[in-house]
Ligand binder design. Sequence first.
Ligand code: ZLM
Ligand code: CA
Ligand code: ZN
Length: 393
Amino acid sequence: EYGIVRPKGYNVTFHTNPEMEKHHFGQTHPMKPWRLTLSKSLIMSYGMPFAMDNYIARAANFEELNNYHTQDYLDYLGTVLPEPVPRDVESANPDLKFNLGGSDCPLFEGLYDYCSMSAGGSLDAARKVCNREADIAISWGGGLHHAKKAEASGFCYINDIVLAILQLLRCYPRVLYIDIDVHHGDGVEEAFFSTDRVMTCSFHKYDPCNFFPGTGALEDNGPKNEMNAGAHHAVNVPLNDGITDDQYAWLFDSVIGKIVETFRPSAIALQCGADSLAGDRLGRFNLQVQGHGQCVAYCKKLGLPMILFGGGGYTPRNVARAWSWETAISLQCEDKIDKTIPEHTPWREHFRQEELLPSLEQILGEARPNKNPQKRIQEIVQHVHEQLRFVQH
Ligand code: ZLM
Ligand code: CA
Ligand code: ZN
């Protein structure tokens, strides 16, 4: 009814698993898998599924997870059971194995299934991009960028992004990883630290003592040893509270433009964490749906095969707005959709009391004061351009 048609000349695949969305990290934990249900239903209410190939993501198997994660970590993850009484305080559980069972990475019912479904969606997406069956493949249930080889971290247990990039590397010589989540993409940076086949670039709030995970300084650009192939192949864009759409777009275009020129990626993996939006429960930035989506639009214009991953995002209605808008950008139907949330959707019903005419673009939450002086933004671009003089492919 919205007349969303398949984009001419290319294909989008969409990978979700409704089973994944039913899992709970705990009553007040900020990570709410049902934000995926909200996003999916908004995307459906716009009729977007008619214009793409929709797949139910299968669960990744042990062998696939073992392509990055260690056997002993996976064995433990697969057998450990939740505590009968949930514990909220780390001090109550001093010997956390593999960083599991604290308040950030709690043990919950069906944890292993949740992790393997998230990874399965991202692996399916990577295979579609490898087979050239997808120009853009979307895995909003993935993007769990903090998980380490043998450790859970920051709400992430299995690094679906690393697994998907390893798959892309089987068919593409060089992959560019871009991370617009408000947190530093430390797990992905670490996994590809010593290779020149993957360049990682994270934009994040940086305040080593007060903001998780505390890594990702401007000067952290990979191994310091020039003989290591990974030298200069990690780009970090540390930011302060309140960055706006205009500043972010200028930074993004300057940094990614230069990376594409020097690194010459053959495929892109873009983590679209929605906690960089204004009004996020954990985030600190001032991005609007428009500014967040600009990053997706910029990458799409490069015309390279691409995977879009989810990630953070702790104000579920805003997450649904951003990921719906970015699905529309992928389908090139931004101009065809009505910015007023469709009336007959479970989504509209859900929020009727709060917003009379909820709009796709108008996000919830107060603006934060901008603590990013223009001079600092220019310094960052200057540093990145100097760093990239060492990169030539
Ligand atoms: N405490 N409950 C982003 C991952 C961010 C580490 C400080 C826990 C929280 C947070 C958990 C219900 C991504 C840290 C925080 C309080 C040690 C973080 C449980 C509230 C709650 O109410 C909460 C009891 C919890 C956790 C806040 N944790 C906020 N920030 C970060 C991890 C993940 O978006 O990048 C990708 C998906 N952790 O700051 C502490 C140091 C644990
Ligand atoms: Ca980031
Ligand atoms: Zn985050």
